[in-house]
Design a protein around this ligand. Structure first.
Ligand SMILES: C[S@@+](CC[C@H](N)C(=O)[O-])C[C@H]1O[C@@H](n2cnc3c(N)ncnc32)[C@H](O)[C@@H]1O
Length: 384
């Protein structure tokens, strides 16, 4: 099949399978020299799926919407004529088409870099999975007012909650939870995300899920248990406990969001040992590796700058976490789950069951040698 046809067919398949994320046309060869890029996404207009094209000119954007087939035909015409590169992002793969000067095309396929897709909707109002009208716990959590309207001060948190639910939803489309899943949220804090996930699974997805939040601070636990009771969330409980002491009998999904330093490692280890099908963590600070790091590579002079040393420590800490998960039978994704405008701690690692990758342990050994690290705390917990 001709390369451009293959590319368009991959776009067609992704749209049909509801895995299309976005498409970009770049390296402009258009007659109008001011046209630089075209960005394509899927929207819904009057209930109909459409492709929305943002034509980026040097000093302005122009937006045009077209029915799916018409839009795909336009992309086919632009490729290799007005634009020499096309990048298609889907939930299963990233596909690039690149034309050389002689207009000969090559196709490149890589693993997907996106874990969730934007909700197909028009710009006016993004469709939310959790809505203030139906989720009265949002009022008690200080996100909505008594009338069920999101407060100005609660907007960011509300967006974060919905983004998080979107990600979990996308994960669940790849890894089913089973009939009566038990979910453990380690370091649940005030329970914003715990309540929202319970609500979504039981009320939107109709899954008979039970959930427990583990939290060190007894006052927060008391507050959350009272709220769960008054909301009628019978299978949602909170325990005032150190996650290290939590005895897991059954964990189908392990969650740890913004748990400090090695608390994230403790949570991951508990999830792996309990055979959790899905693990979702958003790490917080990274002290253990930073203190242990004695760089043995050419990067050494660069790391005299505190901020760069901190970033390097984060990279190694979370990179090794992902590799350890892979060694222990998980497929991982590492990505930014919400823009840094909302929180600087926005890296997320998700893991779903897959065949183990034993060579990941060798790769970890090499990284540790390069950075003079004796051990990663998670390795110790796993006994590797
Ligand atoms: C930054 S908050 C995050 C709360 C919530 N997960 C979220 O993302 O909105 C981290 C929470 O983890 C709790 N925590 C930290 N270490 C813990 C541990 N070892 N055991 C239980 N809870 C812990 C803290 O008390 C705090 O409430």
């Amino acid at each position: 099949m001709e390369t451009a046809t293959t590319f368009i067919e991959k776009l067609r398949t992704a749209i049909a399978a509801d895995t299309f994320v976005k498409l970009t046309l770049s390296k402009s060869a258009a007659k109008d020299k001011s046209l630089r890029n075209i960005f394509v996404r899927q929207i819904e207009l009057k209930g109909q799926p459409m492709l929305s094209f943002t034509l980026r000119y040097i000093s302005r954007d122009e937006v045009k919407n077209h029915p799916i087939e018409e839009g795909m035909a336009m992309i086919g015409l632009w490729l290799g004529n007005d634009f020499l590169n096309g990048d298609l992002f889907t939930l299963s793969e990233d596909v690039s088409i690149q034309y050389n000067r002689k207009r000969k095309a090559r196709l490149f396929v890589k693993p997907a870099s996106h874990i969730s897709k934007p909700t197909p909707t028009h710009d006016k109002e993004k469709k939310r999975m959790i809505t203030a009208e139906s989720a009265n716990y949002l009022t008690a959590l200080g996100i909505a007012n008594q009338e069920g309207q999101i407060l100005k001060s609660g907007q960011k948190k509300f967006r974060q909650i919905n983004k998080y639910i979107e990600i979990i939803d996308s994960l669940l489309s790849q890894q089913e939870l089973g009939d009566h899943p038990h979910i453990v949220d380690m370091g649940s804090g005030k329970g914003y995300l715990t309540f929202a996930l319970y609500d979504h699974l039981r009320n939107n997805k109709k899954v008979d899920a039970s959930m427990v939040g583990i939290e060190l601070r007894p006052k927060l636990v008391e507050f959350c248990n009272e709220l769960a009771q008054s909301t009628g969330f019978e299978k949602l409980h909170f325990l005032a406990q150190d996650i290290d002491e939590y005895k897991a009998e059954k964990i189908d999904m392990l969650i740890a969001l913004h748990a400090c330093d090695i608390a994230t490692d403790i949570a991951i280890a508990k999830g792996i040992k309990a055979g959790a099908a899905t693990i979702v963590v958003a790490p917080c600070c990274h002290k253990q590796i930073r203190k242990a790091m004695k760089c043995q590579t050419a990067l050494q002079p660069v790391l005299k700058h505190g901020i760069l040393e901190e970033r390097q420590a984060e990279l190694i800490t979370d990179g090794i976490r992902a590799l350890l998960l892979e060694a222990h039978g998980y497929k991982t994704k590492v990505f930014e789950f919400i823009s840094t405008e909302h929180t600087p701690k926005n890296l997320m690692i998700t893991a779903t069951k897959a065949p183990p990758k034993p060579d990941a342990l060798e790769q970890i050994a090499k990284i540790k040698a390069d950075f003079g690290i004796e051990y990663h705390y998670l390795e110790k917990l796993l006994g590797d």
